[in-house]
Design a protein around this ligand. Structure first.
Ligand code: SAH
Ligand code: SF4
Length: 386
């Protein structure tokens, strides 16, 4: 897959952080240093398969080159402020990125599968009415190193980044904080690293980008990646969707579904489906007629549907869907022939529902100062809730 943006090289003051560089950017980097191209694959494996964060352990690289690398670059993951482990195996990381902001990454085990929910931005500018991240407003895009760094941190925490280590992170969903298509270049580079054989080697069927519908960027996506696609729809018509997902006023449902369909149909392998995410909110979008309208809307689109019970938070007046309404909604869609799953709540004890990162984020940002004061060496702290 192609790279999106040219690589930025080190200035006199800043070292290049190799953690966020795709293989082709690493190749360019070594070539510009007058070194052999194959060094890129070696370094990529050291970082992403063996968890290296320094050059000394890179035993197949000469001492002279290691010294040269040390002078010009670094391998710098973001800082883990806290690691919280739920009794159900869910693990949440509060991660501090450059500048002091905090983002969340959540690992959700489910049998053989382990899904990592990764953040792409600090905050989000799209202001969906039911989303805690949206209420924070937009702070900044995460760098590629900060995005892939979340995978590195989680995989390392499970001992995955050692020779023969357990393969715990089997799936990644870009469903944490932020809108991935608003941070296109860094997200695409990171997703391609997740799927690269010399990095994490996760199948393209197990890496998913979720978007609320930034159509111009979705139209470009197929040029750069072949990951799976999830669309955050949440409403069966434009009138209701305009209320819930304001970007719909700019790129309405028909336009979004056409763009998503072009992406899926452009992928080399057939039988791929778009995941439709539908957050069910009590008395807002959860009535049987909404389900029937949704079934009609998606009639000719290759989809599977994932229903998400709304996760309440204190800045919102919306309420969680009732179990009855949710069951009825699911039944109608299934009777209409759609594969329809319900996202179960996990990691309740650590407030870790993926895509519903309600953990009072602004407050967390302030609290990060306290954590730092408390745990002065910024060591990761594991809190096991019983
Ligand atoms: N910005 C992207 C990805 C992050 S949000 C997007 O919107 O798709 C990931 C998923 O969680 C989205 O489907 C989003 O609509 C959903 N979500 C956000 N806040 C939620 C809440 N309070 N309860 C339930 N789902 C929520
Ligand atoms: Fe942003 Fe997604 Fe939240 Fe909407 S749902 S505000 S796009 S993070």
């Amino acid at each position: 897959m192609t790279d999106v943006a040219p690589q930025t090289l080190a200035t006199d003051t800043a070292k290049v952080n190799l953690l966020g560089l795709s293989e082709s950017k690493l190749v360019d980097f070594f070539e510009q240093m007058g070194e052999k191209r194959f060094r890129a694959a070696q370094v990529l494996k050291w970082i992403h398969q063996l968890g290296a964060d320094n050059f000394d352990e890179m035993s197949n690289i000469s001492k002279a080159l290691r010294e040269k690398l040390k002078a010009r670059c670094e391998i710098r993951p973001p800082q883990v402020l806290r690691q919280l482990d739920s009794t159900d195996g869910t693990r949440k990381f509060l991660i501090e990125v450059t500048g002091g902001s905090v983002v969340e990454t959540v690992y959700i085990p489910d049998g053989e599968r382990g899904t990592l929910c990764v953040s792409s931005q600090v905050g989000c500018s799209l202001d969906c009415s039911f989303c805690m991240t949206g209420k924070q407003g937009f702070n900044r895009d995460l760098t590629a190193a900060e995005i892939i760094g979340q995978v590195w941190i989680a995989a390392k925490s499970f001992g995955q980044l050692t020779a023969g280590g357990p393969r715990k992170v089997t799936n990644v969903v870009m469903m944490g904080m932020g809108e991935p298509l608003m941070n296109f270049d860094n997200v695409v580079d990171s997703m391609n690293l997740m799927m690269h054989d010399n990095a994490y080697g996760i199948s393209k069927r197990r890496v998913t980008l979720s978007t609320s519908g930034v159509v111009p960027q979705l139209d470009r996506l197929g040029e750069y990646t072949d990951a799976c696609l999830a669309i955050s729809l949440h409403a069966p018509n434009d009138e209701l969707r305009n209320e819930l997902v304001p970007i719909n006023k700019k790129y309405p449902i028909a336009m979004l579904l056409e763009s998503a369909q072009r992406y899926i149909e452009g992928l080399p392998d057939t039988h791929r489906k778009i995941t439709i995410e539908y957050t069910l909110i009590d008395h807002v979008n959860d009535r049987p007629e909404h389900a029937r309208e949704l079934a009609e809307l998606l009639r000719d689109v290759p989809v599977k549907i994932n229903l998400i019970p709304f996760n309440p938070f204190n800045l919102s007046n919306y309420k969680r869907v009732s179990n009855n309404a949710m069951r009825r909604f699911q039944d109608i869609l299934m009777q209409e022939g759609y594969i329809t799953t319900v996202r179960t709540t996990r990691g309740d004890d650590i407030d870790a529902a993926c895509g519903q990162l309600a953990g009072e984020v602004n407050d967390i940002t302030k609290r990060s100062q306290r954590y730092k004061a408390q745990f002065s060496q910024a060591e990761p702290v594991t809190i096991v809730n019983q």
